[in-house]
Ligand binder design. Structure first.
Ligand code: S3P
Length: 188
């Protein structure tokens, strides 16, 4: 049955790998009493493979198409939810109106210093394990390409550092509750 109890806007978290989309998204979904969804997790379930295996066996282009299919389905999903999307998903132009259709798009912004600390032990994100340079150089290079698109895609920017986890989660939850359910953008 459709959940009609939640009256705020859905929240869609975007941002760089390691920005805290998944952990914060889970906390916000608990605060709001709505399901938490994650595009990477949905893709892994539907493909029966990890993200690294999909990159290795099917390639990044295929993964990006799976992201578009997934966000398209989520944009049409009824009922409240908090959604975290993979760090590269907002880059495809056709995905951005779908993100807005799904909910209020919140960019979780984090500095290079913090990302470097959080991603130091990563083994699951193929983009950090390919190409030239140190981890910091890779983060700086990819973030410089993406930051303008994250800002273009975002309705709101929330800085996810120099505050406690609870403060950041409450800030996002308050945003969701303050925003009424909106009509989707035209033509999507
Ligand atoms: C990616 C981010 C990852 C995952 C994949 C590609 C990216 O998700 O989708 O490894 O291009 O930034 P997270 O942002 O949840 O780490």
């Amino acid at each position: 049955m459709k959940d009609t109890s939640y009256q705020g806007r859905n929240i869609v978290l975007i941002g760089f790998m390691g920005a805290g989309k998944t952990s914060l998204g889970k906390a916000v979904s608990k605060m709001l009493g709505v399901p938490f969804l994650d595009t990477d997790e949905l893709i892994e379930q539907s493909e029966g493979m990890t993200i690294s295996e999909i990159f290795e066996k099917k390639g990044e282009v295929c993964f990006r198409s799976l992201e578009t299919e997934t966000v398209r389905a989520l944009a049409d999903r009824e009922g409240g939810f908090v959604l975290s999307v993979g760090g590269g998903l907002p880059l495809r132009e056709e995905n951005r109106p779908l993100l807005h259709k799904a909910g209020c798009v919140v960019y979780l912004q984090v500095s290079i210093d913090t990302l470097e600390k959080r991603l130091g032990d990563d083994t699951k994100r193929p983009l950090l394990h390919q190409g030239e340079g140190t981890l910091r150089e890779k983060i700086a290079r990819i973030l410089a390409q993406r930051e303008p698109l994250y800002l273009e895609a975002a309705d709101v920017v929330v800085v996810n550092e120099h505050k406690t986890f609870r403060e950041a989660a409450e800030e996002v939850a308050a945003l969701a509750q303050a925003l009424p359910k909106a009509d989707p953008p035209e033509g999507v």
